[in-house]
Design a protein. Sequence first.
Length: 354
Amino acid sequence: MLASCKRDIEEIHRLKNITLICPKCHLRIVIDTQQPDINYCTCNGGKVSATSNQDPEGWKPYIERQDMLIWRKEEPNSGGLFAYKVYGTFSDVTAEDFLQTQIDLDYRKKWDPTARELKIIDSDPESKESADNGIDVVYWETIWPRLFTNRDYVYQRRWIIDKEKRLIVIISKVTEHPNAPTKPGIYRYREYFEAFFFFTTVTTYWSYMVIKPYTDIHQPGIEFGLTYFDDPGVNIPSAITSWVAMSGLPDFLIRMRHASKNYQSYKLTTEKENISDVSHISQNEEIASEYNVENNKESETLSESDAVEYDLDEEIEILTSETEESDESDEDTEDSIDEGRGLLRYFFFTKLFV
């Protein structure tokens, strides 16, 4: 699997030649919309579309946007669902930051509005010692629109930096883990078996991504390929899925591109906050220590008649009031999260980059 993934960029270039290059004029054939700085085929008055082309494996051109191309093919034994293949070229993003935008879960929760809960629940101890690879089991709950229940995943994520070939590979596949039991009211993506003429394994979610820097992993400029399948577990009209793909997927890729460009700023800010927190805690401990010394001295000289009596009922009322205000604030936050569920154009494709 890993070896074949490393060849994915080469396979995508082959796919481009087969499905997107005119055999007569050798120029690019338009898919759905023309993009700037590309010379398109004008054969037959320029009315030729690449959407009817496909390679021997069944991949058909589907969407074209600036710096990105998307193919799809019907996944076997899926009831008419499609797998997607994305190819992108970002000249303003480093491979290192692009990788971290995928695997840094704390950062993902900041830039992805659909991530309700996202955490690592298990890791390979040996991979923790390496900066070039990692194997984790991740739990992820995603927010879906109001008419649908939320979805969650438990998946194994493996990533590796191949310095010799200057490639980064990320592979994700659903799994099970005792630390992540199913939750009531949330649809769980999982692997299961179906019986046809023989038993076959059907996986409801899988993806693999290959990132290749133009020059160096630390320098701006990458091309990447992502191949992905996701069974949403509900019958969604094809008109809706097409609309979501046409609008939501490109928008999400743009959001991810901006997040990758901003990763170093986020990292620097986080480091400063951590230093500030450590300094603040140290100062508080010193103040508390000084206060305790002074307080003990004063306590020795105080008599019971000089002690201040507190109205415990009044204190309880104050604390209760503060708690209620906090609860109301939490409810407002929940309401704002629910409003975010209306972002229909994100809900179906945000699982691409897990």
